[in-house]
Design a protein around this ligand. Structure first.
Ligand SMILES: [Zn+2]
Length: 110
């Protein structure tokens, strides 16, 4: 399921950056974008440190490692946010399912 890899990165990084995906598509300030990109790097390096040579390998063998223990947003629908306790929501975003916290990652106003 290789198409899921980017989704996991994105959801985890957005959660850490307390940002909502729709704001990325719209207008994100430069500082906010920097935060987000650095969170993406953190997620990736943590995943690799958790025991893989590549993220693809981790994903394939994911059951035993990183994905079971370390995901804060992805795949945690209706579970409590580890930061604030609000439920994690699952919503459709840009033709994929996205996981985010109702409270930490408010949706932008239109
Ligand atoms: Zn939260």
């Amino acid at each position: 399921m290789p198409t899921g890899i980017g989704n996991i990165y994105a959801d985890e990084a957005l959660w850490r950056a307390r940002n909502h995906g729709e704001r990325i598509a719209a207008k994100l300030t430069r500082p906010a974008l920097r935060v987000l990109l650095s969170e993406v790097q953190t997620v990736m390096s943590e995943a690799l440190r958790a025991g893989g040579t590549s993220f693809d390998a981790l994903y394939v063998n994911g059951q035993s490692g990183y994905f079971e223990r370390s995901l804060d947003a992805y795949g945690r629908e209706d579970e409590s946010c580890r930061r604030c306790g609000a439920p994690i929501r699952r919503e459709k975003f840009m033709n994929r399912l996205s996981y985010s916290c109702l409270r930490c990652q408010p949706r932008p106003r239109r």
